[in-house]
Design a protein around this ligand. Structure first.
Ligand code: SF4
Length: 261
């Protein structure tokens, strides 16, 4: 007990010891402190190093200047002029789970937030079915600006390899700061951005990969599930998410396990 107190309050203990010693020398009767007790306390004080308090990392503050750089980025001049705004990422900077998609679509470009269109709503449903609130995880894209489309045409296009390579350093900085326990790549473009490989999704999904030593799960992009409504495909994504929950050590209810059976 004395040892713990000494470790935590070593500077204060020095002050108390000094005061006790001065009182003893001056002949004061109270408080009583023998020479042995004072020596014992002095030894505890000298032996106990002052424990440095571990600084808490303000990840939001570290992300803010990167977001500011992204907001005015013109590394891809054609995208800088065509975008409404860049789409940095959203969610909990201390998240243990981080989802990475492809690029902003029209809805995301308009709102400045990733995964807010139909595919985003499906992703939110998946996240909530996993037992998280959307705000608990972090969501970002490989590309921060919407890939431009020919004038008059709607829809989205995937980023080019050159666009991805230009923008990837921003994502790398985000991952480095957030340091999630698990990454989830949504779709082939995210896989290409993170692993530099293009392979059929059916060969990549459902098993663990690694991104700079962070476990990486690969699964289908929610927009694929919107195009292909087969329950078998939804089940595959859900099986991948169950693996993620196991990796995170999260409890999995019987209802979650049987979601698609
Ligand atoms: S896509 Fe990325 S690198 Fe290109 S302009 Fe946008 S923020 Fe900059």
């Amino acid at each position: 007990m004395v040892e713990n107190v000494a470790m935590e309050f070593s500077p204060a203990l020095d002050l108390v010891l000094g005061a006790l010693e001065r009182m003893r020398e001056s002949g004061a009767h109270l408080p009583r402190a023998s020479r042995d007790s004072l020596a014992q306390l002095r030894n505890q004080s000298i032996a106990a190093p002052v424990q440095p308090t571990r600084p808490t990392i303000d990840k939001a503050a570290l992300l803010a200047p990167i977001q500011a750089r992204v907001s005015i980025c013109t590394r891809c001049p054609h995208l800088a002029t065509s975008r409404t705004q860049s789409v940095f990422g959203v969610g909990n900077p201390d998240a243990e789970l981080m989802f990475i998609g492809e690029a902003p679509g029209a809805d995301e470009d308009a709102r400045g937030e990733p995964f807010v269109g139909r595919a985003g709503q499906l992703l939110t449903k998946i996240i909530e079915t996993m037992g998280f609130a959307r705000a608990e995880v972090y969501i970002a894209n490989v590309l921060k600006c919407r890939p431009d489309m020919p004038r008059g045409s709607s829809g989205n296009r995937p980023p080019t390899p050159e666009e991805m390579q230009t923008c990837l350093p921003y994502l790398a900085e985000q991952i480095e700061i957030i340091r999630p326990k698990v990454l989830v790549a949504l779709g082939a473009t995210a896989v290409e951005g993170l692993l530099g490989t293009r392979a059929p999704m059916h060969a990549m999904r459902g098993r663990w990969h690694s991104h700079h030593e962070t476990p990486l799960m690969i699964t289908y992009h929610p927009s694929y599930l919107l195009r292909n409504q087969a329950p078998s495909e939804k089940r595959k994504v859900w099986e991948d998410m169950l693996l993620v929950l196991e990796e995170l050590g999260r409890p999995i209810s019987e209802k979650q396990r049987r979601y698609f059976t």
